[in-house]
Design a protein around this ligand. Sequence first.
Ligand code: ATP
Length: 360
Amino acid sequence: MKQQFEIAVFDGDGIGPEIMLPTLAILAQMAQVGGYRLDFNTVPAGAAHYAQTGKSLPEASMAAARASDAILLSAMGLPSVRYDDGTEISPQIDLRKALTLFAGVRPVRIFPGQKTPLNMPAGKEVDFVLIRESTEGLFHTQGRGEITKDDARETLLITRDISEKLFRFAFGLAKERKDQGRGQGRVTCVDKANVFRAFAFFREIFDAEAAKHPDLMADHAYVDAAALWFVLKPWDFDVLVTENMFGDILSDLGAGLMGGLGVAPSADIGLDHAVFQPCHGSAPDIAGQGIANPLAMILSGAMMLDWLGLRHDAPQLVADGTRLREAVEAVIAQGKVLTGDLGGQASTQETADAVMAALA
Ligand code: ATP
């Protein structure tokens, strides 16, 4: 059984290094107690690095990411640093494409004690996963859109190859969740198949994969209806799977339901690699003050432990992933040590210390 894991660490821009530092400390402590090794290799990339060197994602950093067992990434990009065409530096998107990380996994959880803008009916909890395709869709021509004086064009691409992998992943996740007692085993394809032929194609491939899983349920929702249900009855969802741009928008809606970006983790997963990163950006408006919420980063670390454990048949890591998620949820539910975005006054370090205490 594998006991030693190489982790490439991108601590990035803005609040990135501030939230990464305590996350690595928590993970290192868990590894020490759990009897496995996490070897962190911090590598440069991002907007500040681009401003200094003209490279946003150096080849050596890319090579380290490729060679690692998993990649931890905080946040990259700064509004003040841009490429010549005016777009922001986003090496995280380059990584997704280069490593074919087609499945963007965005868990949405609302449990008793968690702040949410929803009126939660008594006894209801929200626990679903949105899977955002992360390599094609409307991001296909990202940075290459055509602009003339009179019009502008971007192309949406849906391929059979990536869609098949995406839907196989979605049904696999629904099965895993069902086995853990966390979902009914249902996958919902979110599309716009009533208007666009490309989405009818997407849905057809989804239906073909669904037919291979008679033990699981499958249904469809148009993206506009799905947005409505996010607000009206999110407790009915289990696993949702959708195109890149739809997923980009819905995942921020999901983060909003959870009380904000500061508690929304994510993973971008492919067949051979995975990046674990909070949903939020580099928050330059609060950088350098030690007040950023580290919980989304820590929860992303928990997702990494879970993924590594399942992939390498290492039950200790899976158990630690669950333990870490539950420790974060306990800190949120107690509501005593929270950062400003959650209505508290705690610092980044005090919040991380509270997670460490909850683990102990
Ligand atoms: P990107 O486009 O890179 O995802 P963004 O423009 O959506 O970034 P963020 O950097 O995510 O913006 O910040 C949006 C708002 O949320 C800002 O006001 C920021 O301070 C706040 N925010 C984001 N992450 C955190 C965090 N971890 N803790 C506290 N506040 C945060």
